[in-house]
Design a protein around this ligand. Structure first.
Ligand code: ADP
Ligand code: MG
Ligand code: MG
Length: 254
């Protein structure tokens, strides 16, 4: 049982003229093992900023609050340390890794996270099974990471990593964006397999309610103007589906 705790998190981003703009304005969120939390909010509300801040992206400056994993200060950790502590943040990886195949990349990442190389025979089997589950052709493993990947292939590669690295907490930012219904189902099934097979805690960030038809969250947080405006159970997603974010926008600005 692990706990990822975000307390009164304030984050700013540096603008082109060197000044800092506050984007997160006091985020409170607690995720425990085995729970799936959906963060839903309009474009520009700061959802990705939250993900990047937990990932340790250098562009985002934490100006207040805390992020802890079982009491350990995540914000003090290097990006590698965050991964070793059990945080899975797909966006921590470079967009393209020239000359590195998916197969090598996955083994290197697994070795880095576990602190030892996986046993070759079981590993090869695990990779093959996970790829089949995500309907990926075996030849995909020999392609270079993210080189010419389609949107759908990037998302599948993200979930493939999730399935193989078995993190304590996974933060998935707009995993549904740009996927057609078939790809969305395959990707959602992958996430659900990991939820079933492990005790992973999931932070599922999304703009649309569509993915929540396939991945049922335990909690839904409405994210507006850099903070959580309302939280509830999965039924809150249905409210958003019907009436959108308008009523939360008004509430946040009044
Ligand atoms: P969301 O993911 O909810 O669409 P973002 O976190 O991407 O929202 O963006 C929130 C706000 O912060 C937006 O106004 C965006 O323009 C600004 N912002 C985010 N990242 C940067 C950045 N690297 N540089 C400048 N502004 C940024
Ligand atoms: Mg956006
Ligand atoms: Mg975003």
């Amino acid at each position: 049982m692990a706990t990822l705790e975000i307390r009164d998190l304030h984050v700013g981003v540096e603008e082109a003229d060197g000044s800092s703009k506050e984007i997160l304005r006091g985020v409170d969120l607690t995720i425990r093992s085995g729970e799936t939390h959906a963060i839903m909010g309009p474009n520009g509300s700061g959802k990705s900023t939250l993900a990047y801040s937990i990932a340790g992206h250098p562009k985002y400056t934490v100006t207040g609050g805390s992020v802890t994993l079982d009491g350990a200060d995540v914000l003090e950790m290097s990006v590698d340390e965050r991964a070793r502590a059990g945080l899975f943040l797909a966006m921590q990886y470079p967009v393209e890794v020239p000359g590195v195949t998916v197969s090598n990349f996955l083994r290197t990442a697994k070795t880095a996270v576990d602190g030892e190389a996986p046993k070759l025979r079981t590993w090869v089997k695990e990779v093959r099974t996970a790829m089949e589950g995500l309907r990926m052709d075996a030849s995909f493993a020999e392609r270079n990471v993210n080189e010419g990947f389609s949107g759908g292939e990037k998302k599948r590669h993200e979930i493939l990593q999730l399935e193989l690295l078995k993190p304590k907490f996974a933060i998935l930012d707009e995993t549904d964006s740009g996927l057609d219904v078939d790809a969305l189902k395959v990707v959602s099934e992958g996430v659900n397999r990991v939820r079933q097979a492990t005790d992973v805690g999931v932070l599922l960030i999304t703009h649309y309610t569509r993915i929540l038809r396939y991945i049922t969250p335990d909690f839904v947080h409405v994210f507006v103007d850099g903070r959580v405006a309302e939280q509830g159970g999965p039924e809150l997603a249905d409210v958003l589906e019907e009436s959108g974010y308008d009523r939360f926008l008004t509430a946040a600005r009044s």
